[in-house]
Design a protein around this ligand. Structure first.
Ligand code: CA
Length: 244
């Protein structure tokens, strides 16, 4: 495990970590919502007669909705989606997601966030989601643990994941931190790519149906099977990450 940290430092020309903030992806890391996203996408695409599989939406997780729609439209119909189509498809997907989503948390997500928050680390959410009720939801489930003005959502960025912009903005909102002053917790390959492109040490928690290799291939520095595994290993990681 220690070599993962050493490899990162060597590759990014740092001598040490100086951890100040933990940047959290939301869906699939904090909320057990990916199954509802995948189901909503699949049903929406069926309604719009665009062939897809329920599994593939796990691969597009973290991307902005319009990008996913345009990708499938090109693949299946050989053309770009019009802005009207993007809007109608995304509206329907959001409607179904709102209907299905039960708001369940990933096991140990709350415990982990509370632990690192209590250790004095800044907790920041970096999500491609643009749900209007997101801030209230976070405050309800993670009361006082994430600061509202430091959240990065779909409304803040020009480029969604896998572009590094969301995570670079996360560093900025955390107080103009350097990449070695933060880590990212991600569950999706596109999100891992975004975090790695931003130069940040990335821990992937595989809470979905994909093999671990998908996350390792995307560049994750460490791949863990669950948030519980992250919770259980944290003290060891922290001893390397926090500069004493
Ligand atoms: Ca995610």
């Amino acid at each position: 495990m220690n070599t993962s940290f050493e490899n990162y430092l060597t590759k990014n020309n740092y001598t040490n970590f100086n951890l100040k903030a933990v940047l959290f992806d939301m869906d699939g890391v904090l909320y057990d919502s990916m199954k509802w996203h995948a189901k909503s996408w699949k049903e929406t695409m069926d309604e719009f007669e665009i062939p897809s599989t329920p599994e593939e939406f796990y691969l597009y997780e973290g991307m902005v909705g319009s990008t996913t729609i345009n990708y499938l439209m090109n693949r299946e119909k050989g053309r770009d989606a019009t802005s009207e189509e993007k809007e109608a498809i995304y509206r329907r997907k959001t409607e179904l997601f709102t209907k299905y989503n039960d708001g369940g948390l990933i096991p140990y997500a709350y415990d982990f966030v509370k632990k690192v928050h209590n250790q004095g680390l800044l907790c920041i959410i970096v999500t491609g989601s643009g749900q209007p009720t997101l801030i209230n939801k976070i405050e309800h489930n993670f009361t006082g643990l994430f600061s509202k003005d430091k959240m990065v959502t779909a409304f803040d960025v020009k480029h969604g994941k896998p572009h590094p912009e969301p995570y670079l903005m996360g560093l900025e909102k955390a107080g103009d931190l350097l990449p070695n002053q933060a880590i990212v917790i991600e569950n999706a390959p596109r999100g891992v790519e975004a975090a790695v492109a931003a130069g940040i040490f990335t821990i992937a928690v595989n809470t979905g149906p994909m093999p671990d290799s998908v996350l390792a291939d995307a560049g994750a520095n460490i791949v863990l099977p669950s948030m519980k595994a992250l919770f259980d290993n944290w003290e060891e990681f922290k001893s390397i990450l926090v500069n004493k």
